[in-house]
Ligand binder design. Structure first.
Ligand code: FPP
Length: 270
C-alpha cells in the first residue's frame, strides 16, 4: 500500500497531451462535434474473468487498467467530462470480499493516478454517498479532489456508492427544505432547479452514455441527466474496452443525428 507517486508516474508515462488539441481527423470525423460529456457503465468484469477461469476480482483488476487507458484517451481526444460508474449504491450488496477488493482498487487508483491526473490538469470529482466509503479510500480521494479542484482540462467524475434515484431524492429534499423556509415558492420549482440541486450540477449535459458487455439497461445511473443522451450499448466486456473502443464509440456518436424532440433536418426541409 502507499506506492510513491513518482514510481506510479514512471509506470504510466503520459501520452504527449497537447492542451485543447483533439485527435479529430485521425480516427474521428472531422467537423462533427465531439460529445462534451461521456458517461460509462463499466460492465462485464465478472464475465470477462469467468470466461478465462479467473476469479471475479481478477476481472475488476483488469477493469481498473481499462479505467486508466480510457481516462488517458478521453483526455487526449478532448472530452470535457468523463463520468464512470465505478460503484453503485446497490453494489454494497455484493459479497464482502468483492466489496473490499473494489475499495482496495479504488484506493490504489487514487494513489497511483495522482501524478498523471495532476500533470494532465484533470479535475477529479465524485458523486454518490461518499460518506459510506471506508476512511482509507475517502481520505486520499478527498485529498486528490481538493488538490485537483482548479485543474481545467477535463473533469473525471467517479460515481461511487451512487444511485440516480437516490440523487434525485436528495435534490428533492434540498428543494423541499428551501420551500419550507420560504426561500423559494413551490411554483418556482422547475426542471432547471432540480438539475441545479443534483450532485452533477457542475457537469455539462451528458451527450453519450456507453454501456459495455452487451447489457442494455441504465441501472439507476444518471437517470435525470440521460434524458437526451445518445445511448450506445457495446458487446465488449469492460476489461477489453480500451482507447480504440472509445474512439469507435465517439465516431458512432458523431454519426447520430441529435434532435432533442425536434424534427430531423431532412424532415424540416420538406
Ligand atoms: C461491473 O462488472 C463492474 C463493477 C461493479 C465495478 C467497476 C469497477 C472497476 C472497473 C474497477 C475499479 C474502478 C476504478 C475507478 C479504479 P460486473 O462485476 O457486474 O460484471 P458482470 O456483470 O460480468 O458480473
Amino acid at each position: 500500500m502507499g506506492k510513491d507517486h513518482s514510481q506510479a508516474a514512471k509506470e504510466l508515462p503520459p501520452e504527449p497531451f497537447e492542451a485543447g488539441q483533439s485527435r479529430v481527423g485521425e480516427t474521428l470525423l472531422a467537423g462533427a462535434p465531439l460529445p462534451r460529456h461521456v458517461a460509462i457503465i463499466m460492465d462485464g468484469n465478472g464475465r470477462w474473468a469467468r470466461d478465462r477461469g479467473l476469479a471475479r476480482i481478477d476481472g475488476h483488476h483488469e477493469g481498473a487498467k481499462s479505467v486508466r487507458k480510457v481516462v488517458r484517451a478521453a483526455r487526449a481526444i478532448g472530452i470535457e467530462a468523463l463520468t464512470l460508474y465505478a460503484f453503485s449504491e446497490q453494489n454494497w450488496d455484493r459479497p464482502p470480499d468483492e466489496v473490499e477488493a473494489l475499495m482496495e482498487l479504488l484506493y490504489r487508483y487514487v494513489l497511483e493516478e495522482r501524478a498523471e491526473i495532476m500533470d494532465n490538469e484533470i479535475r477529479l470529482t465524485a458523486i454518490g454517498e461518499l460518506d459510506r466509503l471506508p476512511q482509507f479510500v475517502r481520505e486520499p480521494l478527498d485529498q486528490l479532489m481538493a488538490d485537483s479542484a482548479d485543474n481545467d482540462e477535463m473533469i473525471l467524475c467517479l460515481a461511487l456508492s451512487y444511485g440516480g434515484r437516490e440523487d434525485l431524492a436528495a435534490s428533492m429534499r434540498a428543494i423541499a427544505r428551501k420551500v419550507q423556509t420560504g426561500e423559494i415558492q413551490p411554483t418556482r420549482v422547475d426542471e432547471r432547479m432540480i438539475t441545479e440541486h443534483l450532485s452533477t450540477s457542475y457537469l455539462p449535459p451528458v451527450d453519450l452514455l456507453i454501456r459495455t458487455s452487451g447489457e442494455q439497461r441504465v441501472s439507476n445511473f444518471l437517470l435525470w441527466e440521460l434524458a437526451y443522451a445518445e445511448l450506445l450499448f457495446v458487446d465488449t466486456m469492460w476489461p477489453d474496452f480500451r482507447k480504440p473502443h472509445l474512439l469507435d464509440a465517439i465516431r458512432a456518436y458523431q454519426q447520430r443525428e441529435r434532435r432533442f424532440g425536434r424534427l430531423s433536418a431532412a424532415h424540416a426541409a420538406d
